[in-house]
Design a protein around this ligand. Structure first.
Ligand SMILES: [Zn+2]
Length: 267
C-alpha cells in the first residue's frame, strides 16, 4: 500500500479560484492529495476558511506571519484566530507564526509577543504549530521552550539550517520540514542523512512566483514528489517506503487527524 503525500505548508490561497483547481489536479496526479494552506494574516485566514469548505483536499493553518505584523497583535486578531479555528475543523495547525530578524522585518518585541500569544492559542486549542525562523533560531528555541510549545508539537518549516540546529529542534519534539532547497543544497543533504526518517516531513511553501517567466517552473504542491524522491535517494531507501513514513510522520504530528478526518480522505 502506498499512502498519499501531504504538503504540510503552502500559501496557495494567493492563487485565483480557477488556478487553484488546476494546481490541485496537477498535485493529485503526482499523489499529493492533501495540502495545508497557511495564512499570513487575518484576511488570508478568512480566504483559507472559505477554500477549505470548497476543496476537499485543502486544509488550513491560521496564524500571523512575523513579517506581516504591522503593530502589536491585538485582541480582535486573537479572537478572529480563535473563532476561525474553533468553527472550522479543517484548520488543523496554527501557522504561519515565528520570528524573522531580517533588517526589513517588524520590531522584534512585536514579533516576540505575537509568537508567544499564538503559541498560547495553539496550546489552548491543542493544535500543532508550523513555525518560521529566519536569522532568529536561538530566540525561536528559547520561546518554544518558555511557552511550552512542545506540548502541541509541530514542525520547523522550510528548514535550511545545520545538523546541530536540527537536533535541537527534534529534541524539543518537533519535526523538520524540507522544501525544494533540499534539491540543490548539499548541506541540507547532510542533515537529511543524519536525522532519523521519522522526524522528516515535506512542504513546498508554494505561492505565485511571477518573477519566474516560465509558469511551468513555479513551485506547486506537486513538487513534494521530487522532494520525497530526493530524500529516498539521500538515505538510499525505497521511495515508496519513504513516502509512507513521511505520511505517517505528518499524520502523527497532526494528532492522527482526531476529530477532523478519517484516513479515507488521504486515498
Ligand atoms: Zn510560508
Amino acid at each position: 500500500m502506498k499512502y498519499s503525500i501531504i504538503d504540510s505548508h503552502t500559501h496557495i490561497y494567493s492563487y485565483t479560484d480557477n488556478e487553484l483547481i488546476e494546481i490541485l489536479q496537477r498535485s493529485k496526479s503526482l499523489g499529493v492529495n492533501t495540502v495545508i494552506d497557511s495564512a499570513v494574516d487575518i484576511k488570508s485566514a478568512h480566504r483559507i476558511d472559505k477554500l477549505t469548505k470548497i476543496h476537499k483536499n485543502i486544509y488550513g493553518g491560521a496564524g500571523m506571519h512575523p513579517q506581516n505584523l504591522v503593530s502589536e497583535i491585538n485582541e480582535n486578531e486573537i479572537r478572529s484566530l480563535y473563532e476561525l479555528i474553533t468553527n472550522n475543523k479543517k484548520f488543523i495547525v496554527v501557522s504561519e507564526i515565528g520570528l524573522d530578524f531580517q533588517d526589513t522585518s517588524p520590531d522584534r518585541n512585536i514579533q516576540y509577543n505575537a509568537f508567544r500569544k499564538q503559541i498560547g492559542i495553539a496550546r489552548e486549542l491543542n493544535k500543532p504549530i508550523i513555525f518560521h525562523s529566519r536569522l532568529a533560531i536561538q530566540e525561536t528555541i528559547k520561546i518554544l521552550k518558555q511557552e511550552r510549545a512542545f506540548e502541541v508539537g509541530g514542525a520547523m518549516h522550510y528548514f535550511q539550517s545545520n545538523n546541530e540546529i536540527a537536533k535541537q529542534i527534534i529534541d524539543l519534539g518537533f519535526k523538520i520540514s524540507f522544501g525544494k532547497p533540499l534539491l540543490r543544497n548539499i548541506n541540507l543533504e547532510k542533515v537529511v542523512k543524519n536525522i532519523p526518517l521519522n522526524n522528516i516531513i515535506v512542504e513546498t511553501d508554494s505561492a505565485p512566483q511571477p518573477f519566474k517567466k516560465n509558469r511551468a517552473k513555479w513551485t506547486e504542491p506537486k513538487d513534494c514528489k521530487s522532494i520525497i524522491e530526493k530524500i529516498a535517494n539521500i538515505k538510499a531507501l525505497d521511495e515508496c517506503e519513504v513516502q509512507n513514513q513521511i505520511f505517517k510522520n505528518t499524520f502523527k504530528m497532526l494528532k492522527n487527524g482526531s476529530k477532523w478526518l478519517n484516513t479515507n480522505d488521504f486515498n
